[in-house]
Ligand binder design. Structure first.
Ligand code: TXA
Ligand code: MG
Length: 368
């Protein structure tokens, strides 16, 4: 299949630039588009046949439901059999924005979208391109992240094309995504709001508005089954094995591990904050990705950098862990999965094993 490509011009009206992409969507084809979080793989959300094409394009397991994206607040009402006061309050506080709500589904939603759940996931994005495209489609757009299942989510159109060229109807290129990690998913069907996937709307922000918020036990302990079906899969995974260094001296630990790995003759990808990167030696076998100066920059760059390591064909990846406050919770949720839970803690000059594998280049240096 020929994949069409539309590069949007910033200073021209959006609707005419999006019309042929919207037409493909109305015809039941799959089109990738930008949102403020990551690129989505869109199809008409009330057309079951169109949504099935999303699963085929991604190689997505059929038990993993899709998010429906809307372009106006009230567009959620026909999609649900009823909103709790909690859901209404969250909508008023955080929509449009990087928040997805789990609500009881209505009859009009195709089975394939909800994958057998009694609930449906709905999100009202803030990105103007996403909103215009949904409006031009005339109905909600179902859209998972636009990556092949298991790969890091794409945060720019080139990364989408890398996974989807020849497989989908088209890609709308609206530039790089602002936030860089997927939306916060909140289950609104219980007594308290429960975060099923951390994201740009943080636990602290929800706490402030709602007074209480819980984390899905599946997020906290790797042994518990997560409530969002998609969260159980190995995700966001680069090709090379990845090790995460956490703890009060994570940056120092990354530097030390990088030097050791290089001495072993490995080509090493390092994903670390500015401050750490400044202290790394510049040698040919170190591929250094400067993730930026703070958490927002790290979130924005995370998936692009992981894909860069794939392109550079590194042998091993070392990532610098950050505290799990604010956006840090979402970042660490993704990084720990990318690393397959290979986690070391570095504190007072010592490595300690937290979980997973210990890299062979550090063997004998790690307290188990
Ligand atoms: O930021 C985002 O949310 C992006 C952009 C494109 O909007 N979309 C996205 O979709 O991340 P996806 O399909 O990659 O992730 C959706 C997650 C999956 O983990 C899925 O299992 C969960 O939402 N989910 C969908 N419907 C659900 C439901 N009814 N109950 C629980 N979890 C649900
Ligand atoms: Mg995804």
């Amino acid at each position: 299949m020929e994949t069409r490509y539309w590069k949007l011009k910033k200073d021209e009206p959006l609707d005419p630039q999006l019309e042929s992409a919207a037409k493909l969507l109305r015809q039941g084809e799959v089109v990738a588009f930008p949102t403020e979080t990551v690129y989505g793989l869109g199809a008409d959300g009330l057309n079951g046949e169109a949504c099935r094409k999303i699963f085929a394009a991604k190689g997505r397991p059929a038990d993993n439901p899709l998010i429906l994206h809307i372009s106006e607040m009230d567009q959620i009402r026909p999609l649900t059999s009823g909103l709790s006061p909690m859901a209404e309050k969250l909508m008023a506080a955080f929509w449009p924005g990087p928040m997805t709500l789990i609500v009881p589904k209505s009859e009009i939603i195709p089975e394939v979208v909800t994958a057998g759940q009694e609930t449906v996931a709905v999100r009202f994005p803030s990105d103007p391109v996403a909103r215009a495209l949904i409006r031009l489609n005339g109905r909600p757009l179902a859209a998972p992240s636009a990556n092949k299942s298991g790969k890091p989510s794409p945060t720019n159109a080139q990364d989408v094309l890398q996974d989807m060229e020849g497989i989908i109807g088209g890609v709308v290129d609206g530039g790089a995504c602002d936030i860089g990690v997927e939306s916060t998913i909140i289950d609104t069907t219980g007594k308290e709001p429960v975060i099923l996937r951390p994201g740009g709307i943080t636990e602290e922000m929800i706490q402030e508005v709602m007074g209480a918020v819980e984390l899905d036990p599946g997020l906290v302990s790797p042994d518990q089954k997560p409530k969002a079906p998609g969260m159980k899969y190995r995700h966001y995974a680069p090709k090379a094995p990845m090790f995460l260094v956490e703890g009060p001296e994570a940056g120092l630990g990354v530097i030390r591990a990088a030097v050791m790995a290089e001495a072993w003759g490995l080509k090493v990808g390092v994903l670390a904050l500015d401050e750490t990167v400044q202290h790394l030696p510049h040698t040919a076998r170190l591929v250094i990705c400067d993730a930026g100066k703070d958490m927002a920059a790290l979130a924005e760059n995370l998936y692009t950098e992981l894909r860069e390591f794939d392109r550079q064909q590194v042998d091993v990846i070392l990532g610098e862990g950050v505290p799990t406050q604010g956006l840090g919770l979402a970042i660490m949720n993704r990084m720990r999965k990318s690393a397959g839970h290979n986690i070391l803690v570095y504190d007072r000059g010592l490595f300690r094993k937290q979980s997973g594998q210990v890299p062979e280049f550090l063997q004998g240096m790690v307290v188990e």
